[in-house]
Ligand binder design. Structure first.
Ligand SMILES: *Cc1c(COP(=O)(O)O)cnc(C)c1O
Length: 418
């Protein structure tokens, strides 16, 4: 069962000050999770989490994670500027872009970020844009084919299709990239790969690590380049559905340690630092989209219209994703009504839930849509002239801070030419 991190009374008090819909984040949950992650990799002295900014690009969140020792993984000009303005610069930034324009390389270089090159041709682009090749540089690897873990402990399969993904370099390109970068002055090399998204398996990181560790050993032999860090990127998932298993980050950290000791240590690479770039795992469970039931409609199906829409949370419309819903104050009522919970867009996929069994919903009920802390507000858009909602942070002491105001009509009209 998924339990909201706020009570109905707390939410009503918050909603009296900040009208629904809004995104609410839980400081305590975010901090505790970040500490669990850090503890899981504490055996690796160079370990660092670079939070994937795209998941929740909000300064208060970046600063909070910075206090927990995290850097930023940026992939655009705006994300670089946001990191800098949060006091996150230098090697605390990983710049993992693709199809990168020169001005992005220039700013990343000015900030001293670690460059993670997505493609062989970016070596030349980087050099042209910044006038140099940095001493420390990372290359993104794509092994091609299909990545599958087979049956995991709970019978959930992890499968993804790197051969069809636009990211990374081939095996041959990685060797060549290392040689070319070394000839141009690079001295410290990193490896990065992202093979599967939202994995619910304690095996994903260990299997990925094993592959990258072996590759590091091969590259050292082939090219003589010194691999000093390996970036396991994102992809550790969260259970959106209450029946799904939760990842155990301590078990994941131990699995990676085993691979490290078996492969890197004997090859004389026992000083390689490990990095992660988690987004979803860091934030998703610690965010709620809070919305109010506005209408009920009885036609061929039963509909509940809420004041949030896909512009506040796109995942259900875009991927058909499940997001659990709690009707506040009715947590223990029987789920004996079948509803589609819908937003107001002129788009029939604007549905937060389809044929969902829920307690009877009345107008005015507050609904918590769970696990919206990552790739939620961040993917918001303005279709139908909808304004994106505010973001609030529930502090550990129970107070609430506005960390991004809701958009206004002035914001919406600001870019128009009449
Ligand atoms: C999106 C992204 C991440 C974060 O992915 P999650 O699935 O949210 O953990 C990390 N690294 C890169 C390069 C990404 O594009």
């Amino acid at each position: 069962m998924k339990v909201p991190f706020v009570t109905k009374d707390q939410l009503e008090a918050i909603a009296a000050q900040y009208p629904t819909p809004f995104h609410l984040y839980d400081e305590r949950g975010i901090r505790e999770n970040a500490r669990r992650l850090r503890a899981a990799f504490a055996w690796n002295p160079g370990y660092r989490e670079y939070f994937a900014v795209k998941a929740t690009p909000t300064p208060a969140i970046l600063k909070l994670l910075k206090e927990e020792g995290c850097g930023c993984d940026c992939s655009s000009l705006a994300e670089l500027i946001m990191a800098e303005r949060c006091g996150i610069t230098g090697e605390d930034i990983m710049f993992s872009s693709n199809e990168t324009p020169p001005e992005e390389f220039q700013l990343a270089d000015k900030l001293g970020a670690i460059m993670n090159l997505d493609d062989f041709t970016l070596i030349e682009d980087l050099e042209r844009a910044t006038g140099k090749i940095p001493e420390k540089v990372c290359c993104r690897y794509n092994p091609g084919g299909v990545f599958a873990l087979g049956e995991t402990r709970e019978g959930f399969q992890v499968m993804d299709n790197p051969g069809d993904a636009k990211y990374g370099m081939t095996r041959a390109q990685i060797s060549e990239a290392y040689r070319v970068l070394a000839a141009k002055g690079a001295r410290e090399f990193g490896l990065h790969s992202f093979l599967a998204s939202n994995t619910l398996s304690n095996e994903y990181y260990p299997v990925l690590a094993r592959m990258l560790f072996q590759l590091a050993v091969e590259l050292k032999e082939e090219t003589g380049c010194r691999v000093t860090f390996i970036n396991l990127s994102g992809g550790v998932g969260v259970p959106y559905h209450p029946d799904q298993p939760e990842n155990d980050i301590a078990v994941i950290g131990e699995g990676v340690r085993k691979a490290y000791e078996e492969i890197l240590v004997p090859a004389g690479l026992g000083d390689v630092a490990l990095y992660t770039e988690l987004g979803r795992f860091m934030l998703a469970p610690y965010g709620h989209l809070v919305t109010r039931a506005m209408h009920e409609k009885h036609i061929y199906k039963e509909y509940i219209g809420v004041d949030a829409c896909a512009c506040d949370l796109m995942r259900p419309a875009m991927y058909g994703s499940y997001h659990h819903i709690t009707v506040m104050g009715k947590e223990h009522a029987p789920c004996d009504h079948k509803y589609d919970v819908v937003g107001s867009l002129c788009e029939n996929n604007d549905k937060f839930a389809v044929d969902r069994m829920l307690p009877k919903i009345d107008r005015g009920d507050l609904l918590v849509i769970h696990d919206t802390g990552a790739h939620g507000r961040a993917m918001g858009y303005n279709y139908n002239g909808k304004l994106r909602s505010a973001e609030l942070l529930l502090r550990e002491d129970g107070s609430v801070d506005l960390i991004r105001r809701a958009e206004t009509l002035e914001d919406y009209f600001a870019t128009l030419v009449w």
